[in-house]
Design a protein around this ligand. Sequence first.
Ligand code: DC
Length: 205
Amino acid sequence: MRFTVAIDGPAAAGKGTISKGVAAHFGLAHLDTGLLYRVVGRRMLDGEQPVDAARALMPEDLEREDLRSADVAQAASKVAVIAEVRAALVDFQRAFARRSGGAVLDGRDIGTVICPEAEVKLFVTASAEVRAERRYLELSARGGDVDRAQVLADVRERDARDMDRSEAPLKPAEDAVLLDTSDLSIESALAAAIAAVEAKMPAKG
Ligand code: DC
C-alpha cells in the first residue's frame, strides 16, 4: 500500500504528537522532517557550510541527541530558507513518503511541495500564545532556565521566517484539512486527525 499522510503547521502546534499518534494508530512509518533541517542547522552552528551538510546528510544523523534545543531550532529555520539546502533534502523525503506500507511526514511544506499528491493533508495550527506556552512548559520540564517572553518571541520570529521565505513557505495546501488545536486537548486533536485520515483510508479487503 502506498499511502501518504502530510501534516504541516507552525512550531509547537502539536504536529509532532499528532503525527506520532496517527502513525501508531494506522501502523504507518513516521518522519519528522524538521529533524533534517535541525541536523543541518546543528552542523552550521558547528562551522560547516549548510549546503554541504544537507548534501552529506545520512539517515542515522536524525538520531542525534542534540537537535532539540532552542538555538538548533532557530538555526534550522535559518538554513531552511536556502534553496539548495531544501533541494538536497527532497529525494530522501519523497522516498520515505512512498515507501510500501504507508507513511506520515510532518513539516512545513509536505502537502504543498514534497508530497502534493499525498492522500491526506492536514494543517495543524494554534495561536502563537498557546504554542509558546506549550513550548515553555516542554522546555521547563526538561530543566533549565527558560524565559516565557523569550519563548514567545522565538516562536514569532520562527513563524515569520518560515512563512515569509520565498522557497516553500509555510502555508496550508489548498486541499488540506485545517485543525486548530488552540482549544483542544491533545486527545481531542489526535482523535480529529485520526478521523480525517480514516475518511481517506483505502477500504480493506
Ligand atoms: O518542526 P521543527 O520545529 O523541528 O522545524 C525546525 C525548522 O525547520 C522550522 O523552523 C523550519 C524548518 N522546516 C522546514 O523548513 N520544512 C520542513 N518540512 C520542516 C522544517
